[in-house]
Design a protein around this ligand. Structure first.
Ligand SMILES: [Zn+2]
Length: 282
């Protein structure tokens, strides 16, 4: 109780919440079509992301890609851009508003304004069994941002160079063949692949716990547009203890790209371009 507490405080707290963005009207991905397409896949590319580092990869629209756990539990921080226009990038905040704090099969990764369209559809999640645990934790979150050297410096001092933010920056700079300072502003809030996270009920703080991922587990995506991706194998390893340091044991992550026999983009009419006219009331 504080000096501001009104006499009807409990009644106000007891008001039922409403969902901010009911998704009944959200166009649903045709999962049967994706299931048909993923039945016959031909691997076209693979990239092994080294521990405490990041790699880039490209995925043509209409292809699938998988991020797999190899060797041992490891968390990955994923950035995605429109391969033809880096200003269109993954929008974790709006993805969270639409789908919730963690995403899984049948949900989509949405792009930044003025596009707001699906960049990927998740077509398989071998960790879908996890659900939401007793702490409110779940996997594949869009609530964390990415471990970064600025927050690390703020809280602990020192210079740590293998945070996901720096890993993604170096990988993108190398891919684009531009200086780090030019690549860095393109790095954005991530999808935390395999990471098990939530918010504490008592203080509302962001927490992490050991990822339940095992070698062979994977998260699979359908590329709705031509994608440039960057994946960092987080210095937190399985994120059971700490990140932003060389303490945790870290392992590689495997990215594989697959071409389906079926041309999904041809098989459906919708190109997902957002219909807002962008006149903003003028
Ligand atoms: Zn990280």
């Amino acid at each position: 109780m504080t000096e501001n507490t009104p006499s009807d405080a409990e009644a106000r707290r007891a008001i039922q919440p409403v969902i901010c963005y009911p998704v009944e009207t959200l166009p649903q991905p045709d999962m049967a079509l994706y299931a048909q397409a993923r039945a016959e896949l031909r691997k076209t590319d693979e990239v092994l992301v080294p521990p405490r580092d990041a790699s880039t990869f490209t995925v043509p629209a209409g292809h699938f890609f998988r991020i797999s756990s190899v060797e041992a539990a490891q968390v990955g921080d994923l950035n995605l851009w429109n391969a033809k226009d880096l200003s269109e990038k993954f929008y974790s905040g709006k993805t969270r508003a639409l789908h919730g704090t963690h995403i899984t099969t049948g949900q989509q990764m949405w792009s930044s304004f003025p596009h707001l369209r699906p960049m990927t559809t998740i077509t398989r999640d071998t960790l879908d069994w996890y659900g939401i645990d007793a702490f409110g934790g779940s996997v594949h979150d869009v609530i964390g941002t990415r471990c970064d050297p600025y927050t690390h410096h703020l809280l602990k001092g020192g210079q740590y160079h293998h945070c996901c933010h720096s890993n993604l920056t170096r990988a993108l700079a190398a891919h684009l063949d531009v200086p780090l300072a030019e690549a860095e502003p393109h790095v954005h809030d991530v999808l935390n692949v395999f990471m098990c996270t939530g918010f504490t009920r008592d203080t509302g703080q962001y927490f992490m716990k050991a990822s339940p991922v095992r070698p062979g587990d994977y998260l699979e995506f359908f590329a709705e547009i031509d994608l440039l991706g960057a994946l960092s194998a987080c210095p937190g390893g399985d994120c059971s203890a700490e990140h932003s340091s060389d303490v945790a044991r870290c392992y590689p992550l495997l990215v594989e790209v697959f071409a389906p026999e079926l041309d999904v983009l041809k098989a459906r009419a919708d190109n997902h371009v957002n219909g807002y006219d962008r006149t903003h009331g003028l």
